[in-house]
Design a binder for this molecule. Structure first.
Ligand SMILES: Cc1cc2nc3c(=O)[nH]c(=O)nc-3n(C[C@H](O)[C@H](O)[C@H](O)COP(=O)(O)OP(=O)(O)OC[C@H]3O[C@@H](n4cnc5c(N)ncnc54)[C@H](O)[C@@H]3O)c2cc1C
Length: 405
């Protein structure tokens, strides 16, 4: 029986503890007075903890090859079996898993309850500031305490949502064992623009196809509901492409978000879209432009977009010359918004970067540098899309680390 210390009682730490507890004496060190504080705010309080569609394209890392080594069907099956073991009953919508209670606290409670029933000791209000290894043993906060362990799993999260306890201290613990830290940056985060009309489109929500551009090069895209705000743009589809932005802006790249406010026409050529408007204007020949567009997008947005296109809303489609018609179509389907920043770790839902995967055995989550040292969860250089992928990674890596111990 080995003595195992787990640093951080979030999703990854609690999961690792349950999976390590069978043959070992396990202690979780959690700085907060409760475990899993972050879990309780996930998914707008409902906790989208897993996604049936486990495709590697939903995960990102500086080291895609190592990330690829992580995934196999076995870990997906083990994770679903783990959810059963801790008593979660899923409510599944379009492949997205939520607890049947639709309350995130159920997930937190199920994890902590199972950990305690497995004999895990949880030391709360305990901040780990230092770990050293002497010969074959690890010592936690060696200056003040006499806490000696055979193995350590670091699951202290990223820098994201620091009010929940993950303020980046874990990176220092990893770095003290000479682990390389890929610079953490906000991911799943709102994008900030300096355009002068933002106050006018604030609070509008609509369907859109968003494409991220570095100058003229399309980098990635996603589709869904977009939220227009007085600082820029938000929404799940924006979050999913946001992880690339901070790094590009640091390199002084010119970043633009191209927004198609008519995503149902995204497969059509320019000529086909042109015909669509021509046909509609013939059918409703007396409708002014704002009346015609109100059928397609929120009326507040019609106003903003017509002003940006410098076209009078009282006109009809037939009254526009070809260049105006073309400009209007481009404004509606390829609206270019300059992106100058993102919101911060306080607002982001996860961080990119973290402990480099190069130095981790992705089958066991053990450090390749330090024997009996393991990592799991968001402290690692893995960030997922919205849809249960970040908690999914915390659970999967927690299972691997716990079982390997
Ligand atoms: C608002 C919001 C909504 C989200 N919604 C979803 C969602 O619906 N679905 C999804 O998949 N993901 C979601 N996420 C992301 C997901 O919550 C995280 O990726 C996941 O919780 C990470 O788990 P973790 O255990 O690695 O880290 P954390 O949950 O951050 O846990 C780390 C723990 O370690 C403790 N700790 C840190 N340092 C120390 C130390 N030095 N000593 C002792 N304890 C320490 C912290 O207090 C914390 O309890 C959301 C995130 C946010 C912020």
């Amino acid at each position: 029986m080995a003595k195992i210390a787990i640093i951080g009682g979030g999703a990854a730490g609690l999961t690792a503890s349950i999976n390590a507890a069978k043959n070992n004496q396990v202690t979780i060190f959690e700085r907060n007075s409760i475990c899993g504080k972050k879990i309780t705010i996930t998914g707008n309080g409902k906790c989208n903890y897993w996604n049936e569609n486990q495709d590697i394209s939903n995960y990102h890392s500086d080291d895609p090859e190592q990330l690829n080594n992580f995934f196999d069907d076995r870990i997906f099956q083990e994770t679903k079996a783990f959810f059963k073991k801790i008593g979660l009953i899923p409510f599944i919508k379009d492949g997205y898993y939520y607890p049947y209670s639709k309350q995130a606290i159920s997930v937190r409670n199920a994890l902590e309850r199972t950990a305690l029933k497995c004999g895990v000791e949880i030391k709360k209000d305990f901040l780990v500031t230092d770990i050293i290894k002497k010969e074959d043993s690890f010592f936690i906060n060696p200056q003040n305490e006499n806490l000696k362990f055979d193995k350590v799993i670091i699951t202290s999260g990223s820098k994201c949502a620091p009010k929940t306890g993950s303020d980046g201290l874990g990176y220092q613990l990893a770095a003290s064992f000479s682990h390389k830290i890929i610079k953490p940056r906000p991911a799943l985060v709102q994008l900030v623009s300096d355009a002068n009309f933002l106050k006018r489109w604030a609070k509008i929500r609509c369907e859109a196809l968003v494409k991220l551009y570095d100058e003229n090069k399309e980098l990635t895209k996603d589709r869904g509901e977009i939220q227009l705000t007085d600082y820029g743009v938000s929404g799940i589809c924006v979050f999913n492409i946001s992880y690339l932005v901070p790094k590009l802006l640091e390199k002084k790249q010119n970043i633009f978000l191209h927004i198609n406010f008519l995503p149902f026409l995204s497969q059509k050529t320019f000529e086909e879209i042109f015909t669509f408007f021509n046909d509609r204007s013939q059918e409703f020949s007396r409708n002014t432009l704002d009346e015609m567009l109100e059928e397609l997008i929120p009326y507040q947005l019609v106003d903003v977009l017509l002003k940006e296109a410098k076209i009078k809303k009282e006109l009809t489609w037939q009254k526009l010359n070809y260049n105006d018609q073309k400009r209007l179509i481009l404004t509606l389907t390829d609206f270019s918004l300059k992106i100058v920043d993102t919101l911060t770790f306080n607002e982001a839902q996860c961080a990119s970067g973290g402990v480099s995967l190069k130095e981790i055995d992705m089958k066991t989550m053990e450090s390749k540098k330090v024997k009996n040292l393991y990592f799991a969860g968001e402290i690692l250089d893995v960030n997922g899309n919205c849809g249960g992928y970040n908690l999914g990674f915390a659970f999967m890596s927690g299972i691997k680390a716990g079982k390997s111990c």
